[in-house]
Design a binder for this molecule. Structure first.
Ligand SMILES: Cc1ncc(COP(=O)(O)O)c(C=O)c1O
Length: 379
């Protein structure tokens, strides 16, 4: 008995990317070989094909590949001409790149607190943050759940402000039947390996329905150059590699199956939570009518979060905390002058959230052992 348990503990991972790679190994290797044989590594036909396939999957007009999700956000802001003296509204409960991209360009991130149930921007708090310097609103679809786009777009329209979606964690997620990436003037995706569509390294994508913006984004990602050594505008080097594009083209064909796997696991967690009588003890992720959650993370909420995490770890169960510190209290953003308790929902979430393994290949037995351990913790 003991050796089996030990063997299982050893193989238990928070995210098992080898389990995803193994069944598609041959296809991926063939795609990589194809690029190596072509010796065409920067942009080119693989990237153009991926951009078209991604645009078609996302049901938007234009998709522009770039070097990372962080760059996608920065390029989106650059394309809208946002810089020094401008303010962009976003949330403090997110990955650093959301606010970092704004600050990197010399603009000021203005934080609006989240809704405690969805972890996304609270549209009711949005309007009070708008000033004459506000140039854009950047909501995040955190953990794979779309933000309340009707509420956000209503405020944005009233103030004639563009919306930039940070959809880094939410490819394939839907809001009222429409995929994320179609609500903002520009939307940004990440292909960091742990994302639902992950590359073999860094990669990002920017989507828009505006032909002029798409052209501008293509210029900006390649030093502002349309033809060799002629620079129309000042850009950066942020291109998607052909090898990444070739790999992502294969993986995109599996994305919906993987999403279904994540959603099936989420249902199983909910069922197990009821079976173990945990509904009142742990806060489960919001599953709202009209939203399709793609569960990049399955994040529960527990007051005794750190003790539970330690207990699970001692039982061989890996968990993660996204995010242990909200951005408005980070040293990197100290210059903005936010004080503790200014964003109460984000600050409390940072103390209570715990993400459980949710990758598509996770087995029912593994999920059962996780919920059983959580139940043991509360006994
Ligand atoms: C919400 C959010 N925004 C932006 C990014 C940045 O993406 P990347 O890591 O590809 O630069 C990430 C990735 O972790 C993210 O989760």
């Amino acid at each position: 008995m003991v050796p089996t348990q030990l063997a299982e503990k050893k193989s238990f991972q928070f995210l098992d990317l080898k389990a995803q790679f193994s069944p598609i190994r041959e296809e991926i290797m063939a795609a990589v070989t194809r690029v190596l044989e072509s010796q065409h590594f920067i942009l080119g036909p693989e990237v153009s094909a991926f951009e078209q396939e991604a645009a078609s999957y996302l049901r938007c007009k234009y998709a522009v590949g770039c070097a990372s999700g962080s760059d996608a956000l920065m390029l989106a802001l650059m394309a809208l001409g946002i810089g020094r003296g401008d303010e962009v509204i976003t949330v403090p409960f997110t990955f650093v790149a959301t606010a970092g991209s704004i600050a990197r360009l010399g603009a000021t991130p203005v934080f609006v607190d989240i809704d405690s149930d969805t972890y996304n921007i609270d549209p009711a708090a949005l309007e009070a943050a708008i000033t004459v310097r506000t140039k854009a609103i950047m909501p995040v679809h955190l953990f794979g759940l779309a933000a309340d786009m009707d509420g956000i777009l209503e405020v944005a329209r009233r103030h004639s402000l563009p919306v930039i979606e940070d959809a880094a964690q939410a490819i394939g997620a839907e809001y009222k039947g429409k995929k994320v990436g179609n609500f903002g003037v520009i939307s940004c995706f990440s292909f960091f390996p742990s994302k639902n569509l992950g590359g073999a390294g860094d990669g990002g994508l920017i989507t828009t329905d505006d032909a002029q913006l798409a052209q501008r984004l293509k210029l900006l990602r390649a030093h502002g150059s349309r033809s060799k050594y002629e620079y129309e505008i000042l850009g950066v080097n942020s291109r998607l590699d052909a090898i990444q594009a070739a790999i992502l083209r294969i993986k995109l064909t599996y994305l919906d199956d993987w999403t279904e796997g994540r959603r099936r696991n989420a249902v199983r967690y909910r069922d197990l939570a009821s079976q173990f009588g945990l509904d009142a003890r742990i806060g489960l992720p919001a599953e709202l009518v009209g939203y399709k959650h793609v569960y990049n993370q399955f994040t529960i909420r527990v007051k005794q979060r750190d003790d539970l995490r330690e207990f699970l770890s001692s039982n061989g169960i890996p968990t993660e905390i996204y995010y242990p510190f909200p951005l408005h209290l980070q040293p990197a953003f100290a210059g903005l002058g936010y004080k503790p308790r200014s964003m109460p929902a984000s600050e409390t979430a940072s103390l209570e959230v715990l993400s459980l393994p949710i990758f598509p290949e996770l087995s029912g037995e593994q999920q059962e052992s996780i919920m059983s351990s959580i139940s043991e913790f509360f006994e």
